[in-house]
Design a protein around this ligand. Structure first.
Ligand SMILES: [Zn+2]
Ligand SMILES: [Zn+2]
Length: 242
């Protein structure tokens, strides 16, 4: 028998559906944001060779989110503009709900959902699967290419007289919104994000983007670069002090 779910139950079962998927996982959600927890769950599923299809329909994925998804095997991404449904299923269980995918780790909204078991609610399960497949048919496949950002190893040292100098990095990324900004490890936010950050002024507040290379990693005002970029930055500081 189908089971009625409130917010907690909905998140719990969406997470379970991802974790317990054995061969197939389909996630239908208009809004797609890849939180760290969500990404880790997807990664586990992908490592178990689960075929993952994600259908979304609102705003563009950020380059980092796309890059992260591109690193997972067996993930197919589809865009369907008029998508409003939210439905998550593996080969056995399904949740149809008001909850968007990224919200499954948040507990702020009041959501409702229904848990459906393929064995006891076969007809409902099959109809929802058929409708999802029909959405996928009319959806646009989104290619998951890695963006060609200049990464550290690609920054070539230039020879200047006898002394070898590193090319100076001039452009960086806002550690919150990924916008391209001037590279300055003391100012890793764009003006908009800085205006929000400064209201709390928490130098340890975790962001998701490396200021230097723009890749997905935990950063903060205190530590705006991932460890590779930090090392390079240190090296440059040394070079500059000659
Ligand atoms: Zn920003
Ligand atoms: Zn970096």
């Amino acid at each position: 028998m189908a089971e009625f779910l409130t917010t907690n139950g909905t998140s719990f079962h969406i997470e379970n559906i991802i974790m317990e998927a054995k061969s197939k996982l389909i996630l239908v959600s208009p809004f797609l944001q890849i939180s760290k927890t969500f990404y880790e769950r997807l990664k586990d599923a992908s490592n178990k060779n689960v075929a993952i299809k994600i259908i979304y329909g609102k705003d563009d994925l950020k380059p980092n989110e796309r890059n992260s998804l591109a690193e997972l095997k067996n993930v197919e991404l589809f865009f369907f503009q008029n998508l409003h449904a939210k439905c998550y299923f593996n080969e056995n269980k399904m949740v149809i709900t008001s909850m968007n995918m990224y919200e499954f780790s948040e507990k702020n909204n009041r959501e409702m959902g229904v848990l459906i078991d393929r064995h006891t609610d076969n007809l409902v399960f099959d109809k929802a699967v058929a409708e999802t497949l029909s959405i996928i048919q009319s959806a646009e496949p989104v290619p998951l290419h890695k963006s060609s950002r200049q990464t550290i190893s690609e920054v070539k040292p230039v020879t200047n007289g006898l002394k070898q100098k590193f090319q100076k990095q001039i452009r960086g990324y806002c550690i919150r919104c990924e916008e391209r900004i001037d590279y300055n490890a003391d100012k890793p936010y764009c003006p908009d994000c800085y205006a929000i950050w400064v209201q709390y002024e928490n130098p340890e507040y975790i962001e998701n983007v490396c200021h230097r290379c723009g890749e997905y990693d935990e950063t903060s005002m205190n530590k705006p670069q991932d460890s590779n970029c930090y090392k390079l930055w240190k090296k440059e500081q040394k070079q500059n002090s000659f």
